[in-house]
Design a protein around this ligand. Sequence first.
Ligand code: SF4
Length: 396
Amino acid sequence: VARAKHGAARSPEPLVPLTGAELRGLQRRLLAWFRRNQRSLPWRGTRDHYRIWISEVMLQQTRVAAALRYYKKFLARFPNVGALARARTESVLEAWAGLGYYSRARNLHRAAREILRRHGGRFPRKPAVARELPGVGRYTAAAVLSIAYGEPLAVLDGNVARVLARLGAVRGRLREPSQWNALEDTAQTILFTSAPGTWNQAMMELGATVCTPRAPSCGRCPVAHFCQALALDCVEQIPEKPKRRAPVRVQLAAAVLLDSKGRTLLVQPKDNPRGVLFSRMWQFPAVEVAEDAETELRRHLHETYGLATAGLIALRPARHAVTFRDITLLPYLLPVVELPRGLRQAVKGKQSDGVGTGAVASVPLAEVERWPTSSATRKIARAAGAGGQPALPFPV
Ligand code: SF4
């Protein structure tokens, strides 16, 4: 236990203390394992800065299996930085639809324009310059520069941090800033500088496939020989689990207007008014409700959009979780002969809570999933029959 670390002051003492010979042994074993065992992924085996950058952004907050479904399609549509830079924002968001965290797509688009305008179409090679691009932090810069250009920069993401913490039996919260800094230093210290891109990918692959958060496969780990957590029998306690915030329960009532041609209305609020949890994305008119969902939704539609709403039909509720929020979605169908026209003009000067209503679009219900919408909006669309299921009234 003597080698287990507590606290996280940035100190010259490495979190994974290894002699020179041990470090070379660890590097040799990990790289040999990676050569034999790495998954075949479409962003591997390329040094194209654009393709690597896209993959790294997609893989943030998205699982590999999900990113795989989008990566090739995105590249087919925007095959290079120029094509991405020249695209309309709406097209980029549309290609991103389903991946979530749309700020990533907006940043990608803005960064592509900067790369084209200020850097001659090439991802900048200097870390400090790369990190000035929208959405490019220390991790993304290190990943792209090491893999595309062979720059000796170590990456630290959740997978690498977990591997390092277990190798050094590091206690404490890894995301705590001084601890994270110490892990960054450690990652840099053990970097295999002759092939930093391969090394970074090998560390991430080990964390993703062997040294997993739960039940790591220590029996087939190439670096088990060097692992302090294994030697001290405390693998399962590292990293320390963050304390969970108690979930906040929220009810959101949403109106799916539907005309005789199967078209519905989506809105894109300008600001973040009460109840709009997915700001700046296309969504059904919705409001957070407390008790009488139907009455509160009716009032919201009238006050915010000037809509008179007799005949709301309750549909089957759906659950949705966003970070610490546990949301119950209460969709209502509102059949109309014709969708209201000039809605934006109709509500000018009538903005409740001082909130602008933003843009409004009339869209075939069946095509809502192709718009830049959140998964909550797609759940509501499906409850209303967008996936081919008939919208059934739900008793409330
Ligand atoms: S031995 Fe187990 S805990 Fe240690 S690095 Fe390998 S997989 Fe992770």
